[in-house]
Design a protein around this ligand. Structure first.
Ligand SMILES: C[S@@+](CC[C@H](N)C(=O)[O-])C[C@H]1O[C@@H](n2cnc3c(N)ncnc32)[C@H](O)[C@@H]1O
Length: 350
């Protein structure tokens, strides 16, 4: 029964576990909350497992755990890594035609580099393979078998990658990027928190390059999806990104002020959005005004059991404004978005 290492946006581990339960029948083994890492076990057959992992939308990386343990940050940590690799049996996953590579991810302070880790792990795997008589070769570009060594502070994990080199939050072709684009994996998390399902009416009133609306249209088959931004340039980008993702027909695009649009556009079941943060807006008064007016129009724009899920650093302003206008705060969670810790707020009508 293999253990699987999953990585994700820090702060979203419980949502990822939920998706892993659904897709691969996962049971939790070790959840490192706010660290973006979880180890789960599953009894799913390896071939089906790869297929199902690729259906997951909230993760960044998945790999079969071959070995793990604590190691010191001193130079001798490299020798401890060697010992852990010897427990790993990498030959189980290789034939003489395999071309393999090792990648390393390192977080924290250590007396050695990621390159040192890759070298030591690659060297040790080479020795194990020599003893088994299989002679696969190292190919750093486009390997058929990819090992990943993660050293996070003093925790070492060696995994066989199921998702390759590219993070799974990169969904495919993005023709245009927004300077403050949301990761698709975080958009997927917000949609799961909203409990978004088929046939529901959804809007992202400040959609930038369209990440949330595109993610929504990739996870349902029916229901209106509305993508609005006040910037014609961003809407052009969102439209092109949707075209590249093959979902432009599902989405209605408009260029409008979000407040004006929401105040006259009827009710939505789900409003998911990533409004601009203060650091980008500059003047704190502008920030306060935008969030106060946003809360005012959110309340009447939600259907009776409607849910608004908003990601922002301006949560205090939004929380205050929400309680003033009769919006109930159902959940607050801290997640990491790029270099920032931000909050996701879930609001409903009171
Ligand atoms: C943080 S960005 C959204 C990024 C988006 N989630 C993505 O992944 O590309 C915020 C967006 O809100 C838009 N915006 C700001 N104020 C607005 C308003 N009053 N009405 C509509 N859009 C607005 C900005 O043009 C910007 O594109």
């Amino acid at each position: 029964m293999p253990d699987i290492l999953l990585t994700c946006n820090p702060g979203t581990e419980d949502i990822v576990l939920d998706e892993a339960r659904e897709k691969i029948g996962a049971r939790p083994v070790e959840i490192r909350e706010k660290h973006g890492r979880l180890i789960v076990e599953t009894s799913m057959d390896n071939t089906l497992l790869v297929e199902k992992i690729y259906e997951m939308r909230t993760i960044h990386y998945a790999g079969i755990l071959l070995s793990s343990g604590k190691i010191t940050s001193k130079k001798q940590g490299l020798e401890e890594i060697r010992k852990l690799v010897r427990d790993a049996a990498p030959d189980h996953f290789m034939t003489e035609y395999s071309a393999y590579a090792v990648r390393s991810v390192r977080e924290g302070k250590h007396d050695f580099t990621s390159m040192d880790i890759s070298r030591v792990v690659g060297d040790e795997i080479g020795k194990i393979l020599e003893n088994t008589g299989i002679k696969p070769y190292v190919r750093l570009g486009s390997p058929t078998t990819l090992f990943r060594a993660d050293l996070i502070e003093d925790n070492f994990y060696l995994t066989l990658s199921l998702t390759g080199d590219q993070s799974r939050h990169i969904r495919g072709l993005r023709l245009f990027d927004h300077p403050a684009a949301l990761k698709s994996s975080l958009a997927a998390v917000m949609l799961r928190i909203a409990g978004y399902r088929d046939k529901e009416r959804l809007i992202d009133p400040m959609c930038g390059s369209g990440t949330i609306a595109i993610e929504a249209s990739l996870t349902t088959v029916e229901g209106d999806i509305h993508c609005n931004d006040k910037s014609p340039r961003h809407i052009k980008s969102a439209r092109r990104n949707a075209l590249a993702a093959g979902v432009s027909q599902r989405i209605t695009f408009t260029v409008s002020d979000a407040i004006e649009l929401l105040s006259k556009n009827g009710e939505y079941d789900v409003i998911v959005s990533n409004p601009p943060y203060g650091i980008r807006l500059g003047d704190p008064r502008t920030v306060r005004q935008l969030y106060e007016r946003f809360a005012e129009v959110l309340q009447p724009s939600l259907s009776l059991d409607g849910r608004a899920v908003i990601i922002t650093t301006e949560h205090r302003t939004l929380e205050k404004a929400s309680s003033r206008v009769g919006l109930k705060i159902m959940e607050k969670r801290v997640v990491r978005h790029g270099d920032l810790w931000v909050k996701i707020l879930v609001l409903t009508r009171d």
